[in-house]
Design a protein around this ligand. Sequence first.
Ligand code: ZN
Ligand code: ZN
Length: 301
Amino acid sequence: MHRSLALIALALFATACNPEGSEDDPNNTDTGEVVDDGTLNLTNCAEDLSGASGFFADYFACTEISSATGGVQVATDGLPPHRSAYYAADHENYVEFDTRGGSHYKNPNTIGEQDITMVFPSNPTPKGITINAAMVDNTMNTSNEEYSGGPVGIALNGVAIFAAMAAPGDDLWQEQYTFDLYEGHPAMTTYHYHFETPGPLEVMVNRGWATSSTPGEGEVELYGMMCDGTVVLGCTELDGSTPSSGDFDAQNGHLHDISDGTTTHFTNRYHTHVCPDAYPDYPFFPEIAYYSTTDCPRVGP
Ligand SMILES: [Zn+2]
Ligand SMILES: [Zn+2]
């Protein structure tokens, strides 16, 4: 190949493989700066952190946070503060769907504004279960211990987290082929994530906790929290150290204090680690709730 052609090919390849780092994205992943290009982004999303403190003030964006009986209330409109092919075509954040060479296809849904509120318990109640491989089948309605369908967690950027389950007869692994470049998609109008995504990691860069929002490359990787109080981390602990995976359960969960290296935010708290490169056996956000889900949103019967 001619040298200049090779360079062009290389440049195209780099752009295609690193969309969140391209100049098209307002949330700059290298500097943490947010470019005001008229899109909905981390600086102009609906946010009120005046009632937030500690962990929630340090890590959550694009949410309204207040204290509530027994915990911390987090409310969000669920709109992703980044580009997506699932925004309506006339939305500033709309981009054309990337089929990633033909492997991905768009589902028929469009992103709409949500009204999602969760109270994350300060002292969640363990159910006393051991999460084993039989419980973790990524299929809905197969265990009393699984989360409900619909929004059951909130990511750092205010986007809904759905549990790692597909409807019976569907395959969650197949659903990933409808994900946009931020690894999300809408159910009806509710945009959500099921596994590793640069979206929440852009908040980590924006707040100075990491210098890359590419999953697997951040110095500290935190995605969000589930409604029962389970924390969802990535390839690192909150202090940037490598998780000791020896005691992982079937969804990469374990218990220990969660500290940023200075402040211990949670004592002996159950959390999971999403890091497919290091832990390929379970690449998703959690399916089974370790803690009581009494205060979790319930969908359906
Ligand atoms: Zn989904
Ligand atoms: Zn851990």
